[in-house]
Design a protein around this ligand. Sequence first.
Ligand SMILES: [Zn+2]
Length: 443
Amino acid sequence: MKKRIFIGIFIIFIAVIAVYFFYKHEKKTPINPVIVIGLDGADWHILNPLFRKGELPNLNRLTKEGSSGVLHTIRPTKSPVIWTSIATGKTMLKHGVLDWTYVKENNIEIPYNVNDRKVKAVWKILSERNFSVGSINWFCTFPAEKVNGYIISDRFRIGVDKFSEGDEVTFPTELNDKLYPKIVKIQDKQYGKLKREEKIVDFLNKSKRDKIDLPQNRDIQLKRFRRYFIQDKSIENVSLFLLNKVPVDFFTVYFRLIDTTSHFASIFLKEGLRDKWVAENKKLRGPSPETEKMLYEDMANIMKPIYRYMDNIVGRIIEKAKEDTIFVVISDHGFNFSIQGYNHYGTPEIPHGIIILNGPGIKSGYKISNSHVYDITPTLLHIFGLPVARDMDGKVILSALEKKRKVRYIQTYETKTSKQKPKKERESDKKVIEDLKSLGYIK
Ligand SMILES: [Zn+2]
């Protein structure tokens, strides 16, 4: 009898030790820090011609020395839907963000926000597994969630016009006041200095110089260009500041200037070329392959200052990062020339995005052939030594990894705690709606 009790205690003892080591291992596998940079609308059709001309040294190097390819996207190619799929590994039906906005009672339009997202974002999962995280400017992150690290929500950038609701724009809340000086305000003198520094503001004068007759919606987009620019500039300032001050295991930031500029950039196409495209639209319902090639070449020239500006940011982020960092650069979609214009929604063919992976354990010079927006979160979890959830819709991009560690699975990371909080209308909702209208996303 005594012997049996002894064996029982011994087994329990071993089990406790096993569980302890299992969790210790799960939390503290030696890991590489990971930095994810989201460039809305970035497209290989523009990147490649610029690489060939020796432009964009940072993105070019990350591509050449890493793994890269087309990131297959989904319809509707609406940014909040796709970026949320990227951050959760799940379809829109599971994550619940279906569009830019939805209509509440009395025709009041409300932008989707974090409370509409029904599932956990990758930074929340990592945070719950004791990794430190920082997420900046990602779609549907307002009000900022509590994490082991910080969240700068996508409402923070509205501060270029006016200081936004202090409480929930960032987590921790004190960050909002601390980071506010990093915002380049629309009325700022700083902006005058940027003009010389960045050159890209030239877009504002280009239409006058070239005497382009602007359709009304294009005119609004062009006038808003300055705002979009200083929003991204502010996000850049905040990112570099936080990378310096608060090192984290997982850092992610989203920029949208490539997308917002691409939406009106076709007004600068060479006149003869544009006419040719319009004529072929009528005849062939889109440009011929030869014309398309010329259109992309011309567009690469037009978009060069913007891509250069982004490349510069990528370079500065690399400088601030630890040496053993893994970089992930992605876009949610590209842009197509079609009967719909130079666009990414309503186009006959779906314009896919880009993916670049670079760093320790990532293959060099490898072409990724079948990656999908749903694969980003599973791949990130795998890199952090965590299992992939079976309720995610993507897979680990194993082909780009040097050592094939076995993929582990769990059923789900979701917990029962309901996220649906009562919604209140917010003052900054109006700003967001106005912004979306100017881009033609909503009417
Ligand atoms: Zn987009």
